[in-house]
Design a protein around this ligand. Sequence first.
Ligand code: MLT
Length: 324
Amino acid sequence: MKIKRAGSLVWLALAASPASYAADFPDKTITLIVPFAAGGPTDTIARLLAQAMGNNLKQQVIVENVGGAGGTIAAARVARSNPDGYTIFIHHVGHATAPSLYRKLNYSSIDSFEPIGLATDATSTLVARKDFPAKDVNELLSYLKANKEKTTLANAGIGAASHLCGMLFMSAIGTELTTVPYKGTGPAMNDLLGGQVDLMCDQATNTLGHIKSGKVKAYAVTYKTPVASLPDLPPLASAGLPGFELSVWHGLYAPKGTPAAVVNKLSGALQFAVKDPTVKQRLAELSTDPVAENRATPDALRAHLKAEIDKWGPIIRKAGIYAE
Ligand code: MLT
């Protein structure tokens, strides 16, 4: 069966039945689109999952990085891709916040995709270049009030988790800093390590190693409760910013119209990946939790995405965060 998409028109040219198409799937390499630059947390998670999913599907799953605009460029591209199972997409909580952050998106986070399953969950961490003056959250809050003009805050563009975290933080402390967008927090981290930018709020997946080796200074986690791998860091919610909470979850999607039997095969491969011992161990080293197997399913992701869109809409509107 060949599935082609021409503009908004999707047509199926059936050379065989959908069942036999799914039975043969996959018979070539699958591309997993990462909506951020290489070297960041989404890329790290994607590469671990791709390897394990490929083992399960007995086909290569390759990662392609399509960074920019907080993940929305990649999302729009995947939304327009052939719904044949050979182009799939990983995105995080940003897929749920983009509809509220952007006045106009040329895709729908719900209607343009078939959910494959949830994948991981991680805390974000508020970190600074290692010689940043403040030694703890209290000092940081006073420092920022007095030095807001000269303090820079990196993010991966509007729609990125680092952007959301930074905006929530600035809104909570009532202080606007100069934000510096990158195509992902991989390159942003390079600049933080090099001292070209001051602060970033990014997933532990990307920061834990640098925190442990002392290459960045860490102030707090964004989970509501303390995190075992970072026992010295207080949750922002108990460090002067009550109610602050951000958990960065990732999920996998296929373009709308991908046959259900193909989506189910991909979901089976994802379920294999989240319980793969190598994946679990590597994620644990990055303070990132794979979901339980029964959440790596289309239904679980569909319900979670909807709940997160409903949750973040009012928070984003209240904080007055928008992209043009
Ligand atoms: C984010 O800020 O959304 C991510 O950390 C981006 C990335 O994975 O590079």
